[in-house]
Design a protein around this ligand. Structure first.
Ligand SMILES: Cc1ncc(C[n+]2csc(CCOP(=O)(O)OP(=O)(O)O)c2C)c(N)n1
Ligand SMILES: [Mg+2]
Length: 575
């Protein structure tokens, strides 16, 4: 045999790999266990192979919901949630969730197949042609494209590090169709993979910033701590609790900060929100931004007395974003809180008793005012009657995850239902976006293994309602309660032109519970708080996918819930 022939034989026997397998190997090497997506060209086989290789691949009915599932997976686990989409339209459907992840600082990677670069770039009209990388860029933290199989390892490593390090966010990874089929030597392929070491390195705050912050806090007469979802994300629960309790400062949880310390904690000022925001003189923000949700730190909400802010955040650019920050503390929340705790010493002064009395008496007064409304047995139900029973159910099942969206259905649930454990309340987030519901429910059930209770406005539910098939298909322990008041905010609007229905109303008396029956789930129509209680308890006990149509008085809600003031007004009289 000639030497040349031998060589050919040897290379034919060489072990080879391809793009499909390199992507799977790279994800597995970096601990990715679950992918949320929708199959199609060019990623169908990839999904099959990933599933065969032991990655859990969950198929949704719409990419946006898969994306929301991935985003909340990132929030709950501190590892990037992975969403997988097809080119152009699938990619665009997933993009809203990627932007949502970035806005909310959740680590997520949107991996999308894309069409042939040569054709796309010459705009020759390829199947699902789109310059996806360019479109994704302004909507996420980082965007990468991999063209060669040998770069898959690096590409995935970069995406993972970009998503979780510093302030977490969404990352786009573009994988053109041709990449999946590219073949290379298996040994070289193995060597090209990258395991990301210390993907989110601790960012230690400067000692001076800690000293300054403690000095400001020490001199406060009316201090307040605000806990944002960044504090929940940090998983520094014990230290945060210790900081709050050792300083004795009243705390106000933001929506997804609820449960870091129980809402029933003696220092919780949740029910005295207006009082503490208006009257506090020093406000320590932990993983909470001074955005619209906190009225930008100024104006009527914040009262007339001067404030000093201590701001703890991983992102230096967040400081002074809306008002002057007297004591910026830049670092990861865990490291910052640990440093503050260490600096407290033994004799850190407690807040003046007068301030504590002001806060607790206001809180107790508001709680007492609310109590009888929560026990009402009105028929048709109103929000308070329905939430009264759900509040007890959550108290009895503190480890269940609560998903919540809507307008009144959101604001009233947030105010009424106490949370007892960190990261149990997940909701519309920074944008107040409708549509997170069923995606979050799937993501939360898969990532935590805990039962999920969704409290959904009837409009809110509609944005992701088809995923109840997904919930039934994977047999997830999800109970969806729809607060059905026949529409957006309320079901009573009338179109003055008398033709079509008003823009905010839906089919009267709709039976959402029938929808889930089509997929083998349990549907219940509940017209009283008692019926609602029985149905939710049964669902939570059985773990069976359940959808409860809670019939509410169509007149029960108010325009835009608690944020009606944000609707633009004209000086001219409304027609
Ligand atoms: C993606 C998106 N589209 C539209 C809106 C505007 N919006 C805010 S709340 C809401 C629905 C409120 O109705 P519902 O969910 O039934 O809650 P209710 O107040 O009736 O309890 C809508 C459409 C939004 N926030 N997000
Ligand atoms: Mg409604």
């Amino acid at each position: 045999m000639s030497a040349e022939l031998k060589n050919t034989d040897a290379s034919a026997e060489r072990e080879m790999t391809d793009g499909f397998h390199l992507i799977i190997d790279a994800l597995k090497m970096n601990g990715v266990e679950t992918i949320y997506g929708v199959p199609g060209i060019p990623i169908t086989d990839f999904g099959r192979m990933a599933q065969a290789e032991g990655i859990r691949v969950l198929s949704f009915r719409h990419e946006q919901n898969a994306g929301y599932a991935a985003s909340i997976a990132g929030y709950l686990t501190k590892k990037p949630g992975i969403c997988l989409t097809v080119s152009a339209p699938g990619f665009l459907n997933g993009l809203t969730a990627l932007a949502h992840a970035t806005t909310n600082c959740f680590p997520m990677i949107l991996i999308s197949g894309s069409s042939e670069r040569e054709v796309v770039d010459l705009q020759q009209g390829d199947y699902e042609e789109m310059d996806q990388l360019a479109i994704a860029k302004p909507l996420c933290k980082a965007a990468y494209r991999v063209l060669h199989a040998a770069d898959i390892g690096i590409g995935i490593a970069r995406a993972i590090r970009a998503a979780v390090s510093g302030r977490p966010g969404g990352v786009y990874l573009d994988l053109p169709a041709k990449l999946f089929g590219q073949v290379m030597d298996a040994e070289a392929g193995r060597k090209s993979l990258v395991k990301v070491i210390d993907a989110a390195p601790a960012q230690i705050p400067s000692p001076n910033s800690i000293k300054r912050a403690l000095e400001v806090l020490r001199n406060a007469k009316k201090p307040l701590i605000i806990l944002g979802k960044g504090a929940s994300y940090a998983q520094a629960d014990d230290d945060i609790k210790a900081l709050v309790e050792k300083t004795g400062v009243p705390f106000l949880p933001m929506s997804m900060g609820k449960g870091l310390l129980p809402d029933t904690h003696p220092q919780c000022a949740g029910a005295a929100r207006s009082t503490v925001l208006a009257q506090a003189d020093v406000v320590m923000l932990i993983g909470a931004r001074l955005n619209w949700l906190l009225s930008h730190g100024k104006g009527k909400t914040w009262g007339t007395d001067p404030k000093k802010f201590i701001h703890i955040d991983i992102e230096p650019k967040e400081m002074d974003s809306n008002v002057e920050i007297a004591a910026p503390v830049v670092g990861d929340i865990g490291s910052c809180v640990a440093a503050l705790l260490a600096g407290l010493g033994k004799d850190f002064p407690q807040p003046p008793a007068e301030w504590i009395t002001t806060v607790t008496s206001k809180r107790d007064e508001n709680v007492a005012k609310m109590a009888p409304r929560l026990m009402n047995n009105n028929n048709p139900m109103d929000y308070h009657g329905a939430l009264g029973v759900l509040r007890t159910i959550v108290k009895e099942r503190p480890d269940a995850i609560l998903v919540n969206e809507g307008a009144n259905a959101l604001d009233l649930t947030r105010g009424i239902i106490d949370m007892y454990q960190p990261r149990k309340r997940i909701d519309v987030g920074t944008w107040g976006v409708m549509g997170i519901g069923m995606g979050y429910a799937v993501g939360a059930a898969i990532e935590t293994g805990k039962p999920v209770l969704c409290i959904e406005g009837d409009s809110a539910f509609g944005f992701s309602g088809m995923e109840i098939e997904t919930i039934c298909r994977y047999r997830l322990p999800v109970c969806v309660v729809i607060f059905n008041n026949d529409g957006i905010y309320r079901g009573t609007d009338v179109n003055k032109a008398g033709t079509d229905p008003a823009t905010t109303v839906f089919v009267k008396g709709a039976r959402y519970d029938k929808m889930i029956e089509a997929f083998g789930g349990v549907g219940v129509n509940a017209t009283t708080p008692d019926e609602l209680k029985r149905a939710v308890n049964a669902a939570m006990d059985s773990g069976k996918p359940t959808l409860i149509n809670a019939v509410l008085d169509p007149a029960a809600g108010s325009e835009s819930g608690r944020i009606g003031n944000l609707n633009p007004q004209s000086a001219l009289k409304k027609k």
